[in-house]
Structure formats: structure tokens, C-alpha cells
Write a protein that binds this ligand. Structure first.
Ligand SMILES: Nc1nc2c(c(=O)[nH]1)N[C@H]1C(S)=C(S)[C@@H](COP(=O)(O)O)O[C@H]1N2
Ligand SMILES: [Mo]
Length: 156
């Protein structure tokens, strides 16, 4: 490990957990194993106004599919009960539906960014990027956990 990496502390880890056949702990460098996308986004923040950033990283859908969610991939309807909870290390979190990012349904090109404005996020942890969002609030930075949950039942 280089002097600068050691001085800046450990590399952040992201836990993929929940209804997954292959749960995993991934670092930002691990996320380079998937095809990389890029997104130029502008979003509005209630407190700091309009922000512009360029992000790169894999699709959230690709990373979660590799962890093998517990639905029947051949039955599209079986995916509709799945939720994705994304949490930052400061406790900021948001829920997405699986269908929102599924290529057969909402097709949102949501990224797990590994760089912001050409700067690697190795120590900060990955950032959620939702190019379709007008508001910045779901662009969760420093992601340390993503939980996939297929157990949602409306009347329970
Ligand atoms: N971990 C974490 N991510 C977060 C937040 C937060 O409080 N914690 N705030 C969100 C909000 S409200 C906005 S507008 C953007 C701010 O992005 P910026 O820092 O580039 O302005 O980050 C989002 N991501
Ligand atoms: Mo914000």
C-alpha cells in the first residue's frame, strides 16, 4: 500500500445483503469488474442549488444481478415485490423498487459510481447516480450497504 493510501485510512467496503444467493462485500476497485457507464448529471438541492457532476461506474442492476436475487428470473411478475434499500455510512438512505431499474420495466440507468468529476471514490465509497432525478437527494454518497428485500407484502 502506498504512503498516501495508508495515511488516508482503509478503503471503504459496500455490503450487498438480503434476499441474495451470493451476498458480497465489495470495494470500489471491485466495482470496476463490470462494464463502466458514464453519466453527466445536473440536480437541484434544496439547500445548495443546482449541482453538475460527471460520474462513471457500473449499472446498479448489473451488480445486483451478479449477487443473484431470490426471484425466478424467468417470471417477470416475480420481480415486482422486490425492494432495494441503499444506505450511506451517515445513515442517509432511500428505497428503490427492483422494477425501477429492471430493463423490462422502468429501465432507469442507475449507476453505482466509482468516480465523481474524474476523482476515484475508493476511500469515500460508491455513490448512487439517478440521471432521471431532478432532485439530488437520492444521489447517496459513501454507500456502505445495499439490502435487497423480496418479502414486502402490502397487508402484513
Ligand atoms: N450519504 C449522503 N448522501 C447524500 C446526502 C446525505 O445527506 N448523505 N444528501 C443528498 C442531497 S440532499 C443532495 S442534494 C446531494 C448533494 O450533492 P452535492 O454534495 O454534490 O451538492 O447529495 C445527496 N447524497
Ligand atoms: Mo439536497
Amino acid at each position: 500500500m502506498s504512503q498516501s493510501l495508508a495515511a488516508a485510512g482503509p478503503v471503504a467496503e459496500l455490503a450487498l445483503a438480503g434476499d441474495l444467493t451470493r451476498p458480497a462485500r465489495l470495494t470500489v476497485p471491485d466495482l470496476l469488474a463490470w462494464p463502466q457507464r458514464e453519466a453527466e448529471v445536473s440536480f437541484d438541492c434544496a439547500t445548495s442549488g443546482i449541482q453538475h457532476h460527471r460520474f462513471t461506474g457500473p449499472l446498479l442492476h448489473d451488480v445486483l444481478t451478479a449477487a443473484v436475487p431470490g426471484f425466478d428470473p424467468a417470471r417477470r411478475k416475480d420481480r415486482l415485490r422486490f425492494l432495494i434499500a441503499v444506505s450511506g455510512s451517515d445513515g442517509h438512505h432511500a428505497l428503490l423498487s427492483w422494477a425501477e431499474i429492471d430493463p423490462d420495466f422502468g429501465r432507469a440507468p442507475v449507476l453505482l459510481a466509482v468516480t465523481i468529476d474524474e476523482t476515484p471514490l475508493d476511500r469515500a465509497g460508491p455513490q448512487l447516480v439517478l440521471p432521471q432525478d431532478r432532485c439530488g437527494a437520492r444521489h447517496i454518497s459513501g454507500i456502505n450497504a445495499i439490502r435487497v428485500d423480496g418479502g414486502y407484502t402490502p397487508w402484513a
